[in-house]
Design a protein around this ligand. Structure first.
Ligand code: C2O
Ligand code: CU
Ligand code: CU
Length: 519
């Protein structure tokens, strides 16, 4: 393990050297403090159809003078972008070089339960796992991350996450911007909080299991406010909200339109023009932006509704990354139509499954925040004294005992249990499920394994156009509910069931997860 960790650390050093070299170019000299956006390396299967893949511990420098202990895939923080094509079968040769057990889950990949990498497929330190993944779904931006119960949140916080990109012929024919890192730009958006020792703050206390992780430093591809030098022309941004809990309301600093071309599981029927796009934990959207003029802009996040997500700096617009189109001219245009999605049947099946997200201790978590002055349903700035008191609760409240953590949340009335499949779903059948919450009014971006689904309605209304394509996450909030049309093409047996859970990882790790079989 040491050899590999050391190699990881060296790799980080090389990246920093490469960035320094970039900055020597005269045009960038005045911007010397801005780090370049790191572009995850593309990783394709070798001639034998294999991908060598490790999880390892390392250290990463996020700010001058501090080294933070981190985890990563094939490197010290985050991971490469795995690139698979529809129709191929690839074997992932995974080695766990971490000091802790982990799993690797392929979020959004529609595959059988036994290769899904859920909590039932732990890989012990030093051990291997060789799942064969057969890719049969449309081009999409998916991702991978650990799913080890109940420490997924801690492992993702440390850095375990990466992109998994599916290519196919239909998408190839559209000639979308596809020069990786040139006009096809991956953006993994996360937030972190650092302790005084420069390490990531991470504590499963009552605030965390109710409100989720609250960071105060935005990172894009692991770097604070980087700059991406891109081609002139149309740029494609692949957005992943890889945060444990935080939602972002993204917009361009100069108000230029964002054309949404894809959601979690693939391309939309046609581009959807928006000024702002909301993205929740675990979700992906692909957007295209017109960069033909060469004018730079910032991708910015605006304050969102959840009060705890409006603590500084997120009480104001926060620039996440600068897009500077000063590269070569690249041809390309925004296609008028993108993909053919199946029409939803006029006759819908009856609701066959309810998933009710439940918080058993929300009062206990929320009361102290409210007493500290955090007002619900208010917008605008928060008083400095309130910020100080709320931050103290986030940071100082004691860690819960494991028993208290594991019973804080649930689905359909009970907390997750590894040994008990909660329900069974029939294979290859269109199903209508309803996802809702108890009386807690919190935001829950609910994710389901083994499928890509369509949102039929949210609170009884049709979803907005940019959310009407393939999805694997249905966010619900403020007592809302969402009906989805879903079908499971592969089996998942009781030894390796699929998961349905809230993608606020602190909710997931405290019971807001259910397992189900497909046969
Ligand atoms: Cu992205 Cu079950 O997870
Ligand atoms: Cu998943
Ligand atoms: Cu939740």
């Amino acid at each position: 393990m040491t050899a590999i960790s050391r190699r990881g650390v060296c790799a980080a050093g090389t990246t920093i050297a490469a960035m320094a070299a970039l900055r020597l170019r005269p045009a960038a000299a005045r911007d010397a403090v801005r780090p370049a956006l790191p572009i995850p390396q593309e990783l394709r299967p070798d001639a034998r159809g294999e991908i060598a893949f490790t999880a390892e511990a390392g250290a990463t420098s996020f700010m001058p003078g501090a080294r933070t202990a981190t985890y990563g895939y094939n490197g010290p923080f985050l991971g490469p972008a795995l690139r698979l094509r529809r129709g191929e079968t690839v074997t992932i040769d995974f080695t766990n070089n971490l000091p802790v057990p982990t799993t690797v889950h392929w979020h959004g990949l529609v595959i059988p339960g036994d290769v899904d990498g859920g909590p039932h497929r732990p890989v012990a330190p030093g051990q291997h796992w060789r799942p064969a993944l057969s890719v049969d779904q449309p081009a999409a931006t998916l991702w991978f991350h650990p799913h080890f119960y109940p420490t997924t949140a801690a492992q993702v916080t440390k850095g375990l996450a990466g992109l998994l990109i599916i290519d196919d012929e239909d998408a190839d024919r559209l000639a979308l911007p596809s020069r990786w890192g040139v006009n096809d730009i991956p953006l993994i958006i996360q937030d972190r909080r650092f302790g005084e020792d420069g390490q990531f703050f991470d504590r499963m206390n009552i605030t965390a299991v109710t409100s989720g992780y609250v960071g105060d430093v935005p990172l894009v591809n692991g770097v604070r406010y980087p700059e991406a030098r891109v081609a002139r022309g149309w740029a494609r941004l692949r957005l992943l909200d890889g945060s444990n809990a935080r939602s972002y309301m993204l917009t361009a600093s100069d108000g230029r339109p964002l054309f949404v071309i894809g959601s979690d599981g693939g391309l939309l029927e046609s581009p959807v023009e928006l000024k702002q796009i909301m993205i929740h934990a675990g979700e992906r959207f692909e957007i295209m932006v017109d960069c033909r003029s060469g004018a730079p802009f910032d991708l910015v996040t605006l304050p969102v509704g959840e009060p705890i997500m409006r603590l500084p700096p997120f009480d104001d617009s926060v620039p996440l990354v600068t897009i500077r189109p000063d590269g070569a001219d690249m041809p390309g245009q925004l296609p008028a139509s993108l993909a053919n999605l199946p029409q939803t049947p006029a006759e819908l099946p009856p609701i066959s499954q309810q998933l009710v997200m439940k918080m058993f201790r929300d009062e206990e978590g929320m009361m102290p925040l409210m007493k500290a002055g955090l007002a619900m349903g208010k917008s605008g700035k928060i008083d400095a004294a309130v910020i100080a008191r709320v931050t103290k609760l986030i940071v100082d409240q004691p860690e819960l005992s494991e028993a208290a953590q594991l019973s804080a949340n649930g689905v359909n009335g009970r907390p997750f249990a590894l040994d008990e499949p909660l329900f069974a779903a029939p294979r290859n059948q269109p199903l209508r499920w309803r996802i809702s919450e108890g009386d807690d009014q919190m935001l829950h971006p609910v994710h389901i394994h083994g499928c890509q689904f369509r949102i039929l309605s949210e609170r009884g209304q049709p979803p907005e156009a940019y959310r009407a394509g393939w999805k694997d996450i249905a966010p619900i909030s403020a007592g809302g509910y969402s009906d989805i049309l879903v079908s499971f093409p592969y089996p998942a047996d009781p030894h390796a069931p699929y998961m349905a859970h809230c993608h606020i990882l602190e909710h997931e790790d405290s019971g807001m997860m259910a397992q189900f079989t497909v046969a």
